[in-house]
Design a protein around this ligand. Structure first.
Ligand code: DGJ
Length: 694
């Protein structure tokens, strides 16, 4: 039996080759001692045959299948499982201290399977990927999972689902016999499901317990299969959504990279590993040394109604609020007066902009802000010069059901790639644009599932030609957010909901995978356009200030007090973002479901920020103390409460030192083990607590 071992400081992954040939994960958990006998680890994992079944119980290999495996296979054709027998190809193998590359060939089918696993000791994340090659005849392939992980007997599964304006809903369910499957069928990552999940050991929560996290770096359709077999064996498979294609002779099919991490410190430990990995290995900023800028986006202020003087006025007001980047949203290009026309015709509309974008661009840059621009390059409206010239450039039939009255362009068509790149290149060469909001407002037509790779190539081409430009991934809000797109973009538009109450929950859901600095969050209008809810400026600005802050309201509508509140919130955000955008995020557990709380602890532990969002009225008149996390137990912290005055009617006789602006010194132990009672709060308000280690 051959075994492999990869380590990070907190985890060990052991694989052993099964008799079928492919390796199987036989251990993925806390770090093992150096001298551990891996053959013994694999040996005690083996299962004895019982009555009523086959004479050999196949382990769940990295690509399970073959005639002894009765679960969901890791590779299949359109009608059946593919029958294979794998033999190692030692000539293709390579094992380094932090990576395994192994290849296997099947003489019967002519297929080859190349496995790659890389351990990142600096981030605690493993990267799994595979290539399927073909030396035989052309063969239809429908499903190829990224390397499959045999999972231990965990109690629960956590998955993520959503909709437009309601992304990143969290569902925790007991893991039970049979299959739990989630799918993104929109041809993009989609609002409906995230290509990722967490498996949780018994009793695991945010701060403690054993958690296995997985996320697929892919921006197209996806499927996840979490299965428990009658043998009790469990597996998680993640891959591109099944789509029958022909694997031609001498070609290969690559799986997207699957990232995985094990945490013995609960969900927060797993999320922190994903955040660190994104920060250090995936995201590539144009100017890494610059803090994430405060945005002003004009969408909900003017929509398609572009008037240069109004926009210059908004820019002045944004500047007065100390905004750093002004983003001109949809509506600036030829004929674009509403969402029914002009996508594809990427030249500036001379009716609205007789002197080009210059009168606004100059104004914005003279004010010291940078200029960002909205585009939706992968789309075309029937009502456009582009469609009239190239009706054959679309995905799917002409009589398909449209989405937002638009078609999707076929990016794999060389003419399309060239056209789109040249259009963007022209714009970026002409104007000093340092940021593109790159939108994608409809699902792909069914059955046209396309690879994300031409998109990634296009994004890379744009960034190579214009290295100073950063890109935001947007798809009707959060319809394309994943580790794949984030290798090519630097900000994500999490949701079209600027309703701070809904945003607080969406942001919490997204935080399981994504760190605050890339999570765009805007202060919307007083009455939210997508929910009709009216919220105070303090709450709207407070919630936006917990992520990558921006403003999207019509600034002409602000009264003096709203303006002052917002300006102060922007300044506070700027003072805090150094910590917020580099620290470790700890979601706090509250017994009070009306309150969502999280902490951001500086990586050196010297300071922290705590946000406690009172969403609705608490069940108890005095909710239990809030227990903090991530602190040194013996360290002493001075903590100060911010967030305005506590409402008098709920706090008639202030008893403790934590009135607004009040401070107290406590040990990490006291803050963590017992916690603190914040003043009673009205719904839709937010407390901020700042802590400094003494
Ligand atoms: C959808 C985006 O999510 C919005 O923020 C806005 O940019 C519109 N598209 C513009 O059409």
């Amino acid at each position: 039996m051959k075994t492999w071992r990869l380590d990070t400081p907190r985890q060990t992954l052991v694989l052993a080759a099964s008799d079928e040939g492919l390796p199987a994960v036989v251990y993925w958990a806390e770090a093992l001692p150096e001298g551990e006998d891996l053959t013994a680890v694999a040996g005690v994992h083996a299962m004895n045959a019982t009555g009523g079944g086959l004479d050999w119980i196949a382990p769940i290999s990295v690509c399970p299948g073959g005639d002894a495996f009765l679960g969901h296979p890791g590779l299949s054709g359109p009608t059946d499982r593919i029958r294979w027998r794998w033999a190692p190809r030692p000539d293709w193998a390579e094992t380094r201290e932090t990576a395994i590359e192994e290849a296997f060939a099947c003489a019967e089918t002519g297929l080859s399977y190349r496995l790659k696993i890389e351990a990142d000791p600096g981030t605690e994340v493993f990267a799994f990927s595979a290539e399927l090659g073909n030396t035989g005849d052309a063969r239809p392939v429908t499903w190829l999972a990224a390397p499959v992980l045999a999972m231990p007997a965990t109690a629960d599964l956590m998955t993520f689902s959503g909709r437009w304006c309601g992304e990143f809903g969290v569902t925790r369910t007991p893991w039970r016999p049979g299959i739990l499957m989630t799918e993104g069928r929109e041809g993009r990552t989609g609002h409906s499901a995230q290509p990722g999940a967490f498996a949780l050991g018994a009793g695991a929560g945010e701060h403690a317990g054993r958690v296995w996290g997985l996320t697929l770096a892919w921006s197209g359709g996806h499927r996840m299969v979490a299965e428990e077999l009658p043998t009790g064996q469990r597996q998680i498979q993640l891959g591109e959504i099944p789509r029958t294609r022909t694997l031609e002779p001498r070609t290969i099919d690559r799986t997207p990279v699957l990232y995985g991490t094990f945490s013995d410190r609960g969900l927060n430990g797993a999320s922190q590993a994903f955040h660190t990995h994104l920060r250090r290995r995936v995201l590539r900023y144009a100017h890494p040394e610059r803090p994430r800028p405060v945005h002003y986006n004009c969408w909900e202020a003017v929509y398609f109604d572009h008037d240069v003087e109004v926009l210059r006025d908004l820019a002045d007001r944004a500047h007065d609020l100390s905004v750093e980047r002004f983003v001109l949203d949809d509506g600036w290009f030829r004929g674009r007066d509403d969402a029914t026309t002009s996508l594809g015709d990427w030249d500036v509309d001379p009716r609205k902009w007789p002197q080009g974008l210059w009168p606004l661009v100059d104004h914005v840059t003279n004010l010291g802000m940078s200029f960002g621009l909205w585009v939706e390059p992968e789309m075309v409206n029937a009502e456009s010069a582009l469609f009239r010239a190239h009706p054959d450039w679309i995905l799917g039939p002409a009589d398909q059901t449209l989405g937002r009255t638009q078609y999707v362009l076929d990016l794999s068509h060389p003419g399309v790639g060239r056209y789109v790149f040249e259009a963007l290149d022209r714009l970026l060469s002409e104007y000093p644009v340092d940021y593109l909001k790159w939108d994608h407002n409809r699902p792909l037509p069914p059955g046209t599932g396309r690879s994300s790779r031409p998109l990634y190539d296009l994004l890379d081409r744009v960034r190579t030609a214009h290295p100073g430009v950063e890109i935001e991934t947007c798809a009707s809000g959060g319809g394309r957010i994943d580790f794949g797109i984030l290798a090519h973009t630097q900000r994500m538009w999490l949701s079209d909901s600027n309703d701070a109450l809904e945003r607080a929950r969406i942001q919490r859901g997204a935080s399981y995978f994504f760190p605050p600095e890339i999570t765009g969050s805007h202060v919307g209008p007083r009455t939210c356009h997508t929910s009709g809810r009216t919220l105070s400026m303090a709450f709207r600005a407070g919630v936006a200030g917990t992520r990558a802050m921006g403003i999207e309201a019509d600034l002409r509508d602000l009264d003096r007090s709203e303006f002052d509140t917002l300006r102060a919130a922007v300044e506070r955000f700027k003072a805090r973002r150094g910590l917020l955008h580099t620290g470790r995020l700890h979601r706090l557990e509250t017994s009070d479901t009306a309150c969502l709380a999280e902490m951001h602890v500086a990586t050196d532990g010297a300071a922290f920020l705590l946000f406690a969002m009172q969403l609705t009225t608490s069940g108890a008149s005095h909710p239990a103390p809030l227990r903090l996390a991530g602190l040194g137990m013996d360290d002493m912290y001075r903590i100060t409460l911010e967030g305005g005055e506590a409402p008098q009617i709920l706090n008639r006789s202030p008893a403790g030192p934590l009135g607004a602006g009040g401070s107290v010194v406590l040990s990490g132990r006291a803050l963590t083990s017992h916690g603190i009672r914040l003043p009673n709060a009205f719904p839709e308000t937010l407390w901020t607590l700042e802590g400094v280690r003494l």
